[in-house]
Design a protein around this ligand. Structure first.
Ligand code: ZN
Length: 302
């Protein structure tokens, strides 16, 4: 009978989990790294259940009540630390250590997860290192990061590093649909509009009034349409820098990309981004759009 845990598209992680599940864990600290935070959240949760479940962990474990408590975030022998304003404070680590001073009682291991571990500064990292040096073999640390290079090296050197594949779709038109809640047709309307702005600027102002704002009538819709414009410029930049597009068809933007410098496109991206946030406070959508157009039109290479 096989009770193998099967995780698609993660061969290395899969192997490590099954090994721990079938024998025992003898590593005290792991780093999970991936470009997607969603993937990290999913797998750090699974990893902690495999480490903690008092039985051999099976998918949707109902042999113990611990695994379901972990899923509901109410299991006290699993602690999760997130940075506040980009910093993980030393005090958090000291508090964690105090909580874990007593031997684990219910689960196989006590686990703490430190998310965005690149946010550990030198003093919180020192506190962690002291913690890792204590010979409590039942305490396991899981660090997660989207930026392994930025993690403090003394911590990295104490951990087994597991690189995860990104299982989340973060490109293509499907991604744009998911991010914006617009239909494919609406997305193409937005693209058509920004291409008019780039290729036939004098027409853009009448197009805003006659078509664009009729299509995107609410602030919410308009904000999504502008997000499409932002992704369009990002793709123009992707094309210029890497000769590849993430969201849209290359052929739709090659001409526009060839006409302008990386510097100019970067400026347009920041400008659109700044204005997206301003939309919330703008009552007059036409005025808002006119200002956006003027800003883009006046932008020059310097
Ligand atoms: Zn369980």
């Amino acid at each position: 009978m096989t009770d193998e845990i099967i995780i698609k598209n993660q061969p290395i992680f899969n192997k490590i989990l099954n090994k721990i599940n079938n024998t025992q864990n003898n590593v005290q600290a792991y780093i999970l790294c991936c470009t997607s935070k969603t993937t990290l959240d999913t797998y750090s949760n699974l990893f902690s259940k495999v480490l903690i479940c008092p039985y051999k962990y099976k998918e949707n474990c109902n042999n113990c009540n611990i695994c379901s408590r972990i899923d509901n975030n109410i299991f006290s022998e699993l602690k999760i630390i997130n940075p506040v304003n980009g910093v993980i404070k030393k005090e958090c680590i000291i508090e964690l250590r105090n909580d874990f001073q007593t031997q684990s009682i219910e689960g196989k291991n006590e686990v703490y997860i430190i998310n965005d571990a690149e946010c550990l500064n030198q003093s919180s990292a020192n506190a962690i290192l002291k913690f890792l040096e204590e010979p409590d073999t039942n305490t396991v640390a899981i660090f997660t990061t989207t930026n392994l290079d930025a993690m403090i090296s003394t911590i990295k050197s104490r951990c087994q590093i597991i690189k995860l594949n990104n299982n989340v779709v973060d490109k293509g038109i499907d991604f744009v649909i998911k991010q914006t809640n617009l239909t494919e047709e609406e997305i193409y309307e937005s693209l058509d509009f920004i291409r008019t702005v780039e290729n036939n600027y004098s027409l853009a102002f009448s197009k805003v009034k006659d078509e664009f704002l009729n299509q995107f009538k609410t602030k919410e819709k308009l904000s999504s349409a502008i997000y499409v414009i932002l992704l369009f410029y990002k793709d123009v930049l992707n094309y210029k820098l890497k000769n590849t597009c993430l969201y849209f068809e290359k052929n739709d933007l090659i001409n526009i990309a060839n006409r302008q410098s990386v510097n100019l496109i970067t400026k347009k991206i920041s400008f659109v981004l700044e204005n997206m946030y301003k939309l919330e406070y703008n009552v007059n959508m036409l005025l808002f759009m006119d200002n956006l157009l003027i800003g883009i039109g006046e932008m020059k290479d310097d």
